[in-house]
Design a protein around this ligand. Structure first.
Ligand SMILES: [Fe+2]
Length: 308
């Protein structure tokens, strides 16, 4: 059985901060992408053991635009429970602090940093990230991994390093897209060719700068190479598979629609088998069928989340 050791935030910080190439490149950035202030305010509030759910709900309901968007997003959190919500107050009462944080974070992040020039790219990026979050959660449930919220959060933020590229290195980002289209290499390979680093380097660094979510930095760092993960390998494997599933099903970002990954034969299934069913049979087909059965609904909630 693979040991589930949670690496401390501290150790991850030291590791990421030691990369001189990363420091040199990121020192050129003058405007770092920031977390939406409301998300920070609510995450701070929910840390307080004294916080009351009514106070939190009132904070959210004061913002009408947010409220309307949240009703759509909250349905993704209810995903798999066989019900949909219309009243946000009713929904929030039943969600715990972690899930409320995830909903607020998702809602406030969607379309963040978007300008008319790059609106389409950001939309495609957040659609993919949101879809990966939903699929990660669904896969976590299918595997009976208890911390669905953590799987959702890791899925949502796994590619967060891309926003540094889109936001701070638009010229290089354009070249990366061209390289992917012309050579059919992976996005990560093209990033390394152009910049010497990839979004899997930027992502953990950004999470550290934000001072939140440091605990998933390792998952973000290894999501393209789950076999190299040292900690929480099952979570890295879940997010890796969720990303591939989205890429294979027209919910992807940064690759040609013609590219199809061999999802069923992926090494991550082996990691998951070792974690969840080391001594008994592990039915990959059953987990894939569960995803396929929900694909239509996943596409629907992703589309609805972005309706203005
Ligand atoms: Fe990625």
């Amino acid at each position: 059985m693979i040991a589930n050791v949670v690496k401390t935030e501290e150790t991850q910080k030291i590791q990421n901060s030691k990369n001189p190439e990363l420091i040199a490149l990121l020192s050129k950035i003058d405007k770092l992408p920031v977390l939406p202030p409301l998300a920070i305010k609510i995450m701070e509030r929910t840390k307080d053991p004294e916080f009351g759910i009514d106070e939190l709900i009132d904070m959210i309901l004061m913002d009408q635009v947010l409220t309307a968007k949240m009703v759509r997003v909250v349905n993704s959190v209810y995903f798999g429970l066989g019900r949909r919500v219309d009243s946000l107050r009713e929904a929030l009462v039943f969600l715990g602090a972690k899930e409320i944080n995830n909903v607020v974070l998702t809602t406030t992040l969607l379309n963040t940093y978007s300008s008319p020039k790059n609106a389409q790219i950001f939309r495609a990026f957040w659609e993919y990230s949101f879809a990966t979050a939903v699929v990660s959660k669904l896969l976590a449930k299918s595997l009976k991994y208890k911390d669905h919220e953590r799987a959702y959060l890791a899925g949502l933020l796994h590619d967060i390093g891309e926003i540094i590229l889109i936001h701070n290195f638009p010229e290089e980002f354009g070249k990366i897209i061209k390289r992917v289209e012309q050579t059919n290499c992976t996005f990560e390979e093209a990033e390394i060719e152009e910049l010497g680093l990839s979004h899997t380097d930027f992502g953990p660094w950004l999470l550290e700068q934000w001072n939140y979510f440091g605990e998933i930095a390792h998952v973000v760092s290894r999501h393209h190479k789950p076999e190299t993960a040292v900690f929480e390998r099952h979570l890295v494997a879940i997010v890796h598979l969720a990303g591939l599933y989205c890429q294979n099903n027209e919910l992807g970002f940064g690759i040609s629609k013609d590219v199809k990954y061999n999802f069923e034969m992926n090494y991550s299934w082996e990691l998951l088998k070792n974690e969840f069913s080391p001594n008994s049979s592990f039915n990959i087909g059953m987990h894939i069928t569960r995803l396929d059965e929900n694909l239509k609904y996943i596409k629907e909630i992703v589309k609805n989340a972005f309706q203005s």
